[in-house]
Each structure stands twice: as structure tokens, then as C-alpha cells.
Ligand binder design. Structure first.
Ligand code: ADP
Length: 305
């Protein structure tokens, strides 16, 4: 059974239609909700949390339909919102214990679990200081910790790397990846940052203008292309490039490898590339079908939409 099922979901804010018939079903693992700003990602998450009542369509989470069972569903899921979600005048320990109590935990259990998750997200002694003294990175960690305090099986993360520096971003993504892979928690990661999704997720649902425009495994979306190849020559690259350009081949240099990525025109076979190399007195030393990057897949999907 799918963990999350959305069927023809329509959500409007006043006159603005934010979701326009979203249908998809998500199972275990790490799934990326990818789309430009304003695409409808946060609206999907808020609907899954039961915060928003859809105009039409069906939403089921763990077999429970929403928004009727919102409380039961929220008890079993964690949510890391995009916006700030802490209180400046209290410490991370007080805040998390309070969150645990809100989830129905006893004071002792909430306290125990608070320290467990704060250790897990790497917040040290500063956990006892008021949160107004925290850096953005620390606040993001607290936000992740509050989503984990009640040990949920399903975790929604809305732009979790917002405001983080490059090191902090990688640390956050590594944490999320570990949560999904080692702790058996299903993670739904909403982001407009393709590298974030690529770092963490096996599956991607691309959203644009309130609709699903692609849905599949990252490995399939980035499948090898039958007309695009990557190659490296022994030498004489300028002569080779002039030759293949004359045959209608377009090319770019792939960094950092310095390999050539070539796109063949319709009707041209790979044999013609080897022949072109021979004709200018060089050899192809490395040759393989080129994968489409997630960025290319994304741009293509948006373009088609
Ligand atoms: P994303 O998370 O992909 O950036 P959102 O779900 O936040 O997109 O927004 C989808 C659309 O709904 C956007 O056009 C946005 O401006 C609009 N929107 C979001 N929240 C509200 C709201 N509370 N009131 C009115 N419009 C909203």
C-alpha cells in the first residue's frame, strides 16, 4: 500500500488555484518534491498535514483520509517547515521537551527523547542557551530535531537547507540521507534546489504550476541518451571539432573532466564519430553514452509543460 496517495487534488487560495489536479502516490524511501518557487510544493505538504482543506480530490496518508483524520496523521509524521519555528526566549531543550509533550509524551520521555535527537542533529552544550543566540545553522538543526522528537515514520522537510552555508548544507543533507536510509523513515523533501534532491532522494516528483509534470526514479529521469555521448581523444582536438561541426554535431566541454559531450544530428551513427577521428589522424580514447543531468531533465519537463 502506498504511504501517501493524492488523487486529482485541487487547492485554491481565494481566487488563486495553487494545485490543479495533482495525482501521485508515494511509497517508502526518500522522495524529492521538486519545482520552481510558487509551483505548489508547500501547498501539497500543508494539505498532507491537514492544514488546508482541498477544494476537490482525495488525500490519504498511511491509509487515513485527510483532512478528517488530520490529528492521527500528524501524530505519526514530522514536519520541518520552511519558516522559522522556534521561540527566541527559550532553549532548544525547553522547546523540544515542549514539542514532545504536545505529541502526548510524558515529561520524562519527552526529556529523554529531546537529548537523543539533539545529540543526533549535532547540537552540543549550546542546547541550554536561549535560541535567540543561535546561528541559522543551529536553528535549522533545532527545526529538524523538533520534527523528529516523537519518532515519526514519515518526515516532511520544506527547503531544509535554506540559509545554510555550503558546509552546513552538506551536513544537513547528510543527516537527512541518513534518516531516510538507516532509520527507515520515509522522507519527503521539498526543494527548488536540484543538487539537494539529487543528494538525498531516489525518487523525484516534479511540480510546475500546481501539477505533476514528471514522476519517477532519479536513475530513470537521468537515463542515458541515445544521441548524446561523452568522449575523450588522444590529441588533435581542434581538427576533430572542426570536422564534426561540419557534420552537424554540436559539442560542449564537460567540466571538470575536460571530456567532450557531443550531440549527434538525426540519422548520424556513432561510427561516424570514430571515422571523423580517424580522418583527422587521431583516436577516440574514451567513449560512453551521456546521462541527462537532473537539471536538463527538469528544464526539459518545464519546457514541455
Ligand atoms: P512552493 O512551495 O512550490 O514555492 P506554494 O505552495 O508556496 O509554492 O505556492 C503555490 C502558489 O500559491 C503560489 O502562487 C503562491 O503565491 C500561492 N500561495 C501560497 N500560499 C498562499 C496563501 N496563504 N495565500 C494566497 N496564496 C498563496
Amino acid at each position: 500500500m502506498a504511504l501517501i496517495e493524492l488523487e486529482e487534488l485541487v487547492v485554491s487560495y481565494g481566487g488563486l488555484r495553487a494545485l490543479n489536479g495533482v495525482t501521485c502516490s508515494l511509497s517508502e524511501g526518500a522522495v524529492g518534491l521538486l519545482g520552481p518557487n510558487g509551483a505548489g510544493k508547500s501547498t501539497i505538504i500543508k494539505t498532507l498535514l491537514g492544514f488546508i482543506r482541498p477544494e476537490s480530490g482525495h488525500v490519504r496518508v498511511m491509509g487515513l483520509s485527510l483532512p478528517d483524520n488530520a490529528l492521527q496523521v500528524r501524530q505519526r509524521m514530522g514536519y520541518m517547515p520552511e519558516r522559522e519555528a522556534s521561540s527566541p526566549k527559550i532553549s532548544a531543550v525547553s522547546f523540544l521537551t515542549y514539542c514532545g509533550r504536545l505529541f502526548g509524551m510524558s515529561r520524562v520521555d519527552a526529556m529523554e527523547r529531546t537529548h537523543e535527537v539533539l545529540n543526533y542533529v549535532g547540537l552540543g552544550e549550546s542546547r541550554y542557551r536561549n535560541m535567540e543566540t543561535y546561528s541559522t545553522g543551529m536553528l535549522q538543526r533545532v527545526k529538524l530535531a523538533q520534527a523528529l522528537v516523537h519518532d515519526p515514520k514519515l518526515l516532511f522537510l520544506d527547503e531544509p537547507t535554506n540559509g545554510l552555508d555550503p558546509d552546513g548544507r552538506i551536513e544537513m543533507l547528510e543527516l537527512v540521507r541518513e534518516i531516510a536510509s538507516r532509520r527507515g523513515v520515509t522522507v519527503i523533501l521539498s526543494s527548488h534546489l536540484l543538487p539537494d534532491v539529487q543528494h538525498v532522494c531516489e525518487r523525484v516528483v516534479m511540480i510546475n504550476r500546481g501539477r505533476v509534470i514528471r514522476d519517477g526514479l532519479l536513475s530513470d529521469l537521468m537515463a542515458p541518451q541515445d544521441h548524446r555521448f561523452e568522449l575523450r581523444l588522444r590529441d588533435l582536438e581542434p581538427e576533430f571539432l572542426a570536422n564534426i561541426s561540419a557534420r552537424g554535431v554540436s559539442w560542449v566541454k564537460v567540466q571538470p573532466s575536460g571530456n567532450l559531450q557531443v550531440t549527434l544530428p538525426d540519422g548520424m551513427g556513432t561510427g561516424d564519430l570514430f571515422e571523423a577521428a580517424r580522418s583527422v589522424g587521431t583516436q577516440v580514447r574514451h567513449f560512453r553514452p551521456s546521462r541527462q543531468s537532473l537539471e536538463e531533465a527538469f528544464i526539459e519537463a518545464i519546457g514541455e509543460d
